[in-house]
Ligand binder design. Structure first.
Ligand SMILES: Cc1cc2nc3c(=O)[nH]c(=O)nc-3n(C[C@H](O)[C@H](O)[C@H](O)COP(=O)(O)OP(=O)(O)OC[C@H]3O[C@@H](n4cnc5c(N)ncnc54)[C@H](O)[C@@H]3O)c2cc1C
Ligand code: SF4
Length: 481
């Protein structure tokens, strides 16, 4: 056990955010790591309670929500190892469940911390930051490649469609198990939403590329600009590979089909974020020209993607930013029907919202607002949005309508679910709990199976799917090395 008095001795200290005035001038990562000594103190705050809810991963609320880490990470064990300075052991322990802690240590919303026993009366242990510390230490020390090496080769070829965290996790695990993996990706770069979706300030793209490069060194074949079903046929894949894993995500954004939707200047959030990252990847210094200078930006949708859009628009020099959300604001503290260790459904200010306020956008986010129409000029470019206040039935309240000027409107209202084209292409009509399908050659994992979710869920799904694929191949496995 780490220091038995640690949680009484040390205050919680998160990886500090860079000053807003500084960070809005570039797209570099928002948070900076603590020193090794400070990190040990944070690890010492873990109580090693006898009932570690942090890694229990218990479902509630109709099987969608989970309390604690969805990936069963062995949190108290690696907190103890950090405290003792046994970093290699900590990394090995982490790797048993999570192959990509450098991603989750940066972008995971950390349900584990909300379920931490210390969070019952305190603020919880900094589990996510501790995870990033283990990952960054392992990368700097060069321990990661070794972890991915297979002890034997099977000679079996497996194809993965999609290179998001689910596809990458499946490829990592299959490689460890000795199989030869080829990843087909329709985009020009690998990583799925890790690369194009999540902004650089949350997850530096060099971190994503570093992992791709390591996997390449381990023998994984990556093929970009290869859309399965178009550039390569379903039949060819099935003929060439013993198994195919579909990890195509759930990227179809929810649209808002009201009057004026055809106007130019209305974009899906994920397209806007992708284009920004594409430009950034060819910029030398993690900054971009203020391409939104003088523009009034409206973001529709109050979730995390909307928050990413605000942070990005501020960095691109928008003259003003406003955010509309149709649901009411969440309460400031937990309701009685949302107790610990559940995820707290409370109002929080995102980093983008804080930056938007800093840039002078007072009352940035408005709740219970519905969009009724987009207004365009005589050239068909959007120039405003007609909105109205809604009641508890989400119906507009008469007399509350107003038109607000806008030059760019970003739709950040979530995703509609899995695009079934690839599933249909492989004649998949049923997906089982073990990731297998009615097609004995094809497995499905990640957002393509669960619907829009989180990076850690995608990693778990990819890892587990790989293990079920391996099991399904037992009869075929001929050890060649
Ligand atoms: C803007 C945004 C911000 C987010 N922020 C966070 C966050 O901070 N923390 C968090 O935990 N989660 C976040 N998420 C959610 C998280 O990114 C996803 O849950 C996760 O990436 C899903 O992983 P996946 O591998 O299943 O799918 P994806 O990451 O969507 O990857 C699927 C890949 O499949 C490829 N593909 C699709 N069809 C084909 C085809 N026919 N042939 C070849 N390739 C194909 C796609 O191009 C894509 O690269 C965010 C999502 C968005 C949109
Ligand atoms: S992956 Fe997320 S939920 Fe799991 S231990 Fe890490 S920060 Fe917590």
């Amino acid at each position: 056990m780490a220091d038995p008095n640690g949680f009484l001795t040390y205050e919680r200290k998160d990886n500090p955010y860079r000053e807003i005035a500084e960070r809005v001038r570039d797209f570099a990562e928002l948070q900076l790591p603590l020193s090794n000594e400070e990190r040990k103190k944070q690890a010492a705050r873990c109580m090693h309670c006898d009932v570690p809810f942090c890694h229990s991963g218990v479902f509630y609320g109709g099987k969608r929500a989970v309390s604690g880490c969805p990936n069963d990470n062995h949190i108290p064990e690696w907190n103890d190892l950090i405290y003792r300075g046994a970093m290699k052991k900590a990394y090995e322990r982490m790797s048993l469940t999570n192959p990509f802690p450098e991603f989750t240590g940066r972008v995971c919303p950390a349900p584990c911390e909300k379920a931490c026993a210390e969070a019952l009366n305190g603020s919880g242990v900094t589990i996510k930051d501790n995870e990033r510390h283990i990952a960054d230490t392992a990368n700097e020390a060069g321990w990661v490649l070794e972890m991915g090496k297979p002890s034997q080769k099977t000679g079996i070829k497996i194809a993965i469609v999609g290179s998001g965290p689910a596809g990458l996790a499946a490829a990592w695990r299959l490689t460890q198990l000795g199989h030869s993996v080829t990843i087909y990706e329709k985009s020009d770069r690998f990583g799925g939403l890790l690369m194009y979706g999540i902004p650089n300030m949350k997850l530096d793209k060099a971190i994503v590329q570093q992992r791709i490069d390591l996997m390449h060194q381990l023998g994984v074949t990556f093929i970009a600009n290869a859309e399965v079903g178009k550039t390569i046929s379903y039949d060819e894949l099935q003929k060439t590979y013993a198994r195919v894993i579909i990890a195509t995500g759930a990227g179809g954004p929810r649209d808002l089909k009201v009057v004026g939707r055809q106007s130019s200047g209305i974009e899906f959030a994920v397209d806007f974020l992708t284009q920004t990252t594409k430009r950034l990847l060819v910029s030398a210094d993690k900054s971009l020209e203020p391409s939104l200078s003088g523009k009034k930006v409206i973001v529709i949708g109050g979730g995390d993607t909307g928050n990413d859009c605000i942070g990005t628009a501020v960095r691109l020099g928008a003259a003003s930013v406003k955010q509309f959300e149709i649901t009411p604001a969440l309460p400031l503290s937990r309701n009685a029907n949302n107790p610990w260790p559940e995820w707290p459904m409370i109002l929080k200010e995102g980093y983008g919202q804080a930056e938007g306020q800093f840039a002078g956008n007072n009352d940035l986010t408005e709740y219970t607002i519905a969009t009724q129409a987009f207004v365009s000029d005589d050239k068909g470019a959007v120039k405003g949005i007609k909105v109205a206040q809604v009641g508890s039935d989400f119906k507009p309240i008469a007399g509350t309508e107003q038109v607000i000027a806008a030059d760019l409107i970003l739709l950040a209202m979530g995703f509609v679910g899995t695009d079934t084209a690839v599933l249909d292409g492989f004649d998949v009509t049923e997906i089982d709990n073990d990731y297998a399908t009615n097609n004995p050659h094809v497995f499905v994992c990640g957002d393509a199976r669960r619907g829009p979710s989180l990076v850690i869920w995608a990693i778990r799904e990819g890892r587990k799917a790989a293990e079920f694929v391996d099991k399904s191949l037992e009869a075929l496995i001929k050890i060649s090395v």
